[in-house]
Design a protein around this ligand. Structure first.
Ligand code: ADP
Ligand code: MG
Length: 228
């Protein structure tokens, strides 16, 4: 028990330190990217230079995205739970996502009851469903559909809200399913592998739990149990 506590303390300190580090790297990175963007506008810049500058800008952007995702994972805010209407959360997110190229050809079926309410941090709730919807969309080639249903269920005498996000995308092997919550596990070119690790952490700190079922070639279902 004592050894476990020490280990937990050490891990927390390490998380704190790496989050601080990620934060410190983001400022000079922004300066590098901003400066290169200005230099790239100079009249003597030729095509070859332009190509090199665009590589610097693209890669600094990628690093910045990685650090932002890492910060969300390593240092999640303390949740401030409020009553949230899930149907509305999803409707608002879909409106936001409508112009995202990843959602092209993807249909989202919001089957959530209009009066379904969960106790969850507002920003973190959007973050959770944003990550899950984007993952579902990215698992599709060309077109596909995502269904979201929910219901009030009772487990161990406690009321919970069960939500399922089902997609008919690529699905995963059972080997991959075992690893999806590991930070940095990704099968995507340019993926960070921090999406599901962050979702898992957020769901846990808000008092919920989650699991994933997937069949290769058929699709994936993410199930969340959230406090009612
Ligand atoms: P990333 O999206 O950056 O790869 P995630 O943590 O969001 O990181 O997902 C980790 C991996 O889990 C993905 O690379 C993908 O292989 C798999 N995955 C997640 N969601 C789905 C899904 N809905 N369908 C198929 N594979 C998925
Ligand atoms: Mg993802």
């Amino acid at each position: 028990m004592a050894a476990d506590l020490k280990r937990a303390d050490r891990l927390a300190a390490l998380g704190e330190l790496s989050a601080r580090m990620a934060h410190e790297i983001r400022n000079p990175l922004a300066a590098i990217s901003g400066s290169v963007q200005l230099v790239a506008l100079r009249p003597w810049v030729d095509e070859k230079d332009e190509r090199l500058f665009s590589i610097i800008i693209r890669e600094t952007d990628r690093l910045d995205g990685l650090l932002r995702d890492f910060l969300l994972y390593a240092k999640p805010n303390q949740p401030s739970k409020v009553a949230l209407n899930l149907h509305k959360v999803i409707t608002d997110l879909c409106a936001l996502l409508a112009t995202d190229p990843r959602m092209e050809g993807v249909e989202v079926d919001n089957e959530l009851p209009a009066d379904l309410v969960v106790q969850f941090d507002k920003d973190q709730c959007s973050q959770v469903f944003w990550n899950l919807l984007v993952n579902a969309a990215e698992a599709m080639t060309g077109s596909g559909s995502i269904g979201i249903d929910g219901a009030l269920v009772s487990s161990d005498g406690r009321n919970e809200v069960r939500i399922r996000i089902r997609d008919n995308g690529s699905g995963m092997s059972q080997d991959d399913v075992k690893q999806v919550f590991e930070p940095f596990f990704t099968t995507k070119k340019g993926g960070t592998g921090l999406g599901l690790a962050t979702v898992y952490r957020i769901v846990e700190t808000n008092g919920g739990r989650m699991s994933i079922n997937s069949t290769l070639g058929k699709g994936t279902t993410v199930t969340l149990h959230l406090p009612a």
